[in-house]
Design a protein around this ligand. Structure first.
Ligand SMILES: Nc1ncnc2c1ncn2[C@@H]1O[C@H](COP(=O)(O)OP(=O)(O)OP(=O)(O)O)[C@@H](O)[C@H]1O
Length: 123
């Protein structure tokens, strides 16, 4: 049997480089990520303009981080599915659609939470 040796852990700098490269790849390939990053900057700027409280700003930042992170996981799942099969398959469809649903769910929750923040701040 080959590959019995445990893999050596990378150092933190290499891990960070790999994560940065993964992010840049997704940024290059995924139109949704462009839209989400653009929306994130717009929401952050607008939130600062209307002077949301510090805790609300923290909530906004966590929600943005959640959407972006889920989009990256969705992208990774799409790549894995495409690596496993190029054929049409119901399981491939299920995997991709479920991953997309995760992004969709979190985005809807984030929008609802932001509406409450807006109502609290502007209302
Ligand atoms: N191998 C496959 N078998 C069956 N259906 C598939 C397969 N690959 C993709 N699909 C269907 O086509 C849709 C789009 O797939 P694609 O890989 O183009 O993702 P995408 O359009 O880049 O998704 P996103 O907009 O989330 O980035 C999937 O959500 C799925 O419903």
């Amino acid at each position: 049997m080959k590959n019995q040796q445990p893999r050596r852990h990378k150092n933190l700098t290499d891990s960070f480089k790999d994560a940065t490269s993964g992010f840049m790849l997704a940024l290059w390939q995924e139109r949704n990520l462009h839209i989400q990053l653009f929306a994130a900057v717009a929401v952050l700027v607008f939130s600062l303009m209307i002077h949301v409280s510090l805790i609300e700003l923290m909530v906004v930042i966590v929600l943005i981080g959640g959407v972006i992170s889920l989009e990256l996981v969705n992208t990774a799942i799409e790549r894995i599915v495409d690596l496993v099969t190029k054929e049409e398959h119901p399981m491939a469809k299920a995997a991709k659609d479920t991953a997309a649903a995760a992004v969709w769910w979190f985005s809807v929750i984030a929008v609802i939470a932001y509406i409450f923040i807006l109502l609290h701040t502007l209302g």
